[in-house]
Design a protein around this ligand. Structure first.
Ligand SMILES: NC(=O)c1ccc[n+]([C@@H]2O[C@H](COP(=O)([O-])OP(=O)(O)OC[C@H]3O[C@@H](n4cnc5c(N)ncnc54)[C@H](OP(=O)(O)O)[C@@H]3O)[C@@H](O)[C@H]2O)c1
Length: 280
């Protein structure tokens, strides 16, 4: 019986596969929309496109534990995830671990409803499962750092909202722990960084490390969406990102549960360390 990972060719999936290789002797199966992209993963790769529903159950043959990494096509994910859950049931998968969103039941983020629907589909399926409610990747702020280096300021509409982010490496370590520890069955983890920070803190950290004065320029949602569009982002995406900042300002990404560092057995990556790595 094996452990399988969907989205194995993505940023998070690659890290999970690498982590599993060092953590277990159980055979690992990388499930990939484009198997050629997974040729360098160093484990068995099987074709697995959420949109090819008839092919999903056969690809899960012999899988005991499945990590369902949420898809990247907003608006399509409830249907896609439901197809994967149905296939897992048909194939006799023992447990599904799902990457949801922080505080899914109450989150006001525009992307939360798809995660709520997937959590409900898992509950209805009767499959044993573990919910990893992932907060924000610190890496989401890489463009903000580049912009700050070029234009001398951090821009956003997140006000003083606290962001308990963690790196993809931290979230991948959590997935590895959940996949390799059967006792996490039935558990829900609110995964967020040990440290929470505001956009002012990010600007202050950049100021400290570069020894240049880098302020945070807080804008209205409309102004920020306009700025993102000016920088080449399509209108719909710019509106969505700016709208998420409004939710962040209201605190949707703050969490002090400590679930992530407890699950991975180490502190989460500090913002200052991530910024240093970005700048180097
Ligand atoms: N917590 C956060 O801050 C945050 C930020 C961004 C995204 N996310 C969510 O977390 C997930 C993982 O993050 P990531 O950084 O690894 O994203 P990513 O690099 O975009 O990886 C997404 C993975 O999903 C696969 N995928 C997309 N549509 C698929 C389909 N129809 N069938 C099969 N596989 C499909 C992609 O396959 P290909 O390699 O073929 O494209 C890729 O392997 C994202 O998909 C998204 O749901 C979270």
């Amino acid at each position: 019986m094996s452990i399988a990972v969907t989205g194995s060719t993505g940023h998070l999936g690659r890290r999970v596969i690498a982590g599993l290789k060092g953590a277990t002797d159980t055979p690992i199966v990388a499930l990939a929309r484009d198997p050629a992209k997974g040729a360098d993963l160093g484990v068995e790769v099987r074709a697995f496109d959420y949109d090819s529903s008839g092919t999903l159950a056969p690809a899960l043959e012999g899988v005991e534990t499945l990590l369902l990494i949420s898809g990247s096509e907003l608006g399509e994910r409830s249907r896609q995830h439901r197809a994967v859950i149905e296939a897992a049931k048909e194939a006799g998968v023992g447990r599904v671990v799902y990457t949801s969103v922080l505080h899914a039941p109450t989150s006001t983020l525009a992307l939360a409803p798809e995660h709520r629907e997937t959590e409900a589909a898992l509950a209805e399926s009767g499959l044993a499962h573990t919910l990893l409610r992932n907060g924000w990747y610190t890496e989401n702020y890489a463009p903000a750092v580049s912009t700050a280096m070029e234009h001398g300021a951090v821009f956003g509409a997140a006000g003083r909202g606290r962001i308990s982010s963690a790196t993809r490496d931290d979230f991948a370590a959590a997935a590895v722990a959940a996949l390799t520890r059967p006792e996490t069955e039935g558990q829900v983890f609110e995964l967020a960084g040990d440290e929470s920070w505001t956009m002012d803190d990010l600007a202050a950290e950049l100021t400290r490390q570069t020894q240049r004065e880098i302020p945070y320029r807080d804008m209205s949602v409309e102004e920020y969406a306009g700025l993102l569009q000016q920088s080449g982002m399509p209108e719909g995406m710019a509106g969505m990102i700016a709208g998420m900042d409004a939710e962040i300002a209201r605190g949707v990404l703050h969490d002090d549960s400590g679930d992530l560092s407890r699950l991975i057995g180490r502190p989460t990556t500090r913002l200052s360390d991530w910024v240093a790595a970005q700048l180097s």
